[in-house]
Design a protein around this ligand. Structure first.
Ligand code: AMP
Ligand code: MG
Length: 329
């Protein structure tokens, strides 16, 4: 049996995944850095990854009952992400590649979210709504590359939710806590709804939500209003992209795509158009090494390996600058 090992370390999550040639996840060992207070400091998250990744590699190999000699290649997330965090994962990947005499495959993190959702869904050419901490994009394949059709003009949806929750006195990550709060309310306060074509922006909503908080609006009502408004924005740009690109299916990716309300709203929109919506299980929706391993396999099949000397990380690598030759034409 030959398998691929993938390393994810773009932000707060250190993760090692092992997949086989049919995208079966043989092992997934993940540990997320949680700051004691406030947001993520890149260097502290990177220290966490340096400390944890070696044992996550061992854990994943043990859980998959795989020997290093059965690992065909080592894939790593090259970008986009936080520089120090990316370097932690890339360093471990290079060491394994050299020690095991196996090729090194660089993977774009956003493309990996699409590919794992695509293979799990069985959908051939879906659109991806990628809603995570740092990224918010609508992505579709077109002529050799994944193209960003729409995206956030300021902060990622998850960063927006996390910032709001921290300002309300909570700790990172805020998305799941806001989801819990929002389930206790059905009172909608108007908030800035900022859609520009297929792009969105969240900083105005953050300012307005904090103003409502200072006026004494209760947390459940605030959480409900923020969820409904921001997820409606994401649903709208996804629908516009579907119509423009003449697609009928949507897959979800990113930590915020774990949210039940967002899943429900996008599903209702897509099914209302007669299409199909698919959301991966939560462990493969959030940042994970299995999606890196699987996309590494696709890259390897197209010869996209790099020598260690040319494997620098690219913190600002955009989805649409990397080729996806395995998709064909
Ligand atoms: P990622 O960057 O893809 O690993 O996702 C992390 C982000 O997802 C953080 O901003 C979290 O607050 C957010 N998140 C995780 N679970 C949920 C949820 N159930 N609802 C909304 N946001 C969530
Ligand atoms: Mg991600």
């Amino acid at each position: 049996m030959m398998v691929l090992l993938g390393i994810e370390s773009t932000a707060h999550t250190a993760s090692v995944g092992i997949v086989d040639e049919r995208a079966q996840v043989l092992a997934l060992a993940t540990d997320m850095y949680r700051p004691p207070s406030g947001g993520i400091h890149p260097r502290e998250a990177a220290n966490h990854h340096v400390e944890l990744l070696p044992q996550l590699v061992t854990q994943a190999l043990d859980a998959a009952h795989v020997r290093p000699s059965e690992v065909e290649a080592v894939a790593f997330a090259q970008g986009p992400g936080l520089g120090p965090c990316l370097r932690a994962g890339a360093t471990v990947a290079r060491m394994l590649s050299l020690a095991w005499h196996r090729p090194l495959v660089p993977v774009n993190h956003c493309v990996a979210h699409v590919e794992i959702a695509r293979v799990l869904s069985g959908l051939d050419d879906p659109l991806l709504l990628y809603a995570s901490g740092g990224n918010t994009q609508v992505i579709a394949y077109f002529k050799g590359r994944y193209r960003v059709l729409g995206e956030t003009l300021d902060i990622g949806i998850g960063n927006f939710l996390d910032k709001l929750w921290i300002e309300l006195g909570g700790t990172f990550p805020g998305g799941p806590e806001l989801e819990r709060e929002a389930k206790q309310s059905t009172t909608l306060f108007p908030l800035p709804y900022s859609v520009h074509g297929m792009d969105v922006a969240f900083s105005g909503m953050l300012t307005a939500a904090l103003a409502l908080h200072r006026k004494g609006i209760l947390r459940p009502d605030l959480a409900y209003s923020v969820e409904v408004t921001s997820y409606a924005m994401l649903t709208e740009i996804t629908e516009r992209a579907l119509a423009h690109r003449r697609r009928n299916s949507v897959v979800l990716g990113g930590g915020v795509a774990c949210n039940e309300r967002l899943r429900g709203m996008v599903r209702a929109m897509v099914e209302g158009r007669g299409g199909t919506m698919f959301a991966p299980p939560r462990s493969l929706c959030v940042d994970n090494g299995a999606m890196i391993a699987w996309t590494g396999r696709l890259g390897l099949s197209s010869g996209l390996t790099v020598p260690v000397e040319a494997s620098a990380v690219q913190p600002r690598q955009r989805t649409d600058v990397v080729d996806a030759p395995w998709r064909g034409g």
